[in-house]
Write a new protein. Sequence first.
Length: 403
Amino acid sequence: MDKLQSPDRLNEMVKITKPHHWLSILAMGLIIIYFIVWSVTGRLPNSVSGKGILLQSGGVMEVPALAAGQVDRVLVNPGDEVIAGQVVVKVAQPELRLQILNMQNQLKLFIEKYDKIKGFDDKDLALKGEIIQKKASNKRKRIEKNMERIEFMKEQIAAREELLEKGLITTEMMNNTRLMLFEIEQQNLVLLNELEEMQLSMFELGKQNELELNNLSAQIIDLEAGLAEMNAKYGLNSEIKSPYSGTVIELMVDAGSIVSPGSYILSVERDQKDQRLEAIVYVSPNEGKKIKAGMEAKISPSTVEIEKFGYMRGKVLQVSEYPSTSAGMLNTLGTKELVATFAQGLPPIAVRVRLEKSKETPSGFNWTSGDGPKLEVKSGTLCNSQIIVHNKRPISLIFPTLE
């Protein structure tokens, strides 16, 4: 400013900001704009943490009963090889079987009735039609005779009118003749109505039989559909099939045992060809209810550095509806020590995570950072997990209503 105190230099511009400072301001502005855009369009994952273990998906699987009943026969023994869909246990279903027998008997009666009506329909209609035709023929003859009488009575009336004018007959005789004509005409009208009713009854007789056959046919179709559904239900409930191929490890029932829906019948060790590496993760019961099948999961094996290789990618395959029991966890994990490790505090919720495979990585799995480690990820490895249950905008941390 001292340099500008001279009146001769008042026309020179005062330099407040240097040019290279504008670059810093521009960079800061771009950073602020990027931050604003990211806060609106970006996503921050909200995840549920858990601990678990990597296991082969084959393992030992239990086969449950689908309905209540009494075991009739056990068709396999421990050590037997079974294939998926094979019947392993038969459970008696007496109530369902009785319902099927009743429906079968009812269906048989309806079919017999239908066949009987159908068999006698044509013959019966022909016989009734012949009787009606004979009656109709008699009535037509009577109508023809009445028509002749009517013509004769009309001629008589015309002749007697001349006689009445000449005084040869009385008015009463003339009226009697006219009354006779009226009665004959009324008889003809009655006969014509009866003839029309006969023709109509013949038509309705055929329609009535047709309607009865149609009703029986509809009832037979309904019974057949109900019987097919009942037989399918009987087959499903009475024949317990193994969903897995493998070896029978243990039988939980014998002939005569009472089972309930969902109770285990036997356990099967699945074939190796059906197995794949999965993560069995246990989370707290409060957090577990937030997890749904299909959610993204990140798995960190204990043998891998997260900072260097990141997480294994996966998808939630199944979430248990109820907290896991010690017995159930022991069946999955195999040792009481692991059960004690994951069953601390409240009974946890079990979550099965299917790991995403990749042919381009050394481990054979998809990782969040690069190709992952150059080592084999084996079954039995402990792991930590992050299951993403919700993504929210960063700006919602400041303004919750914009979530």
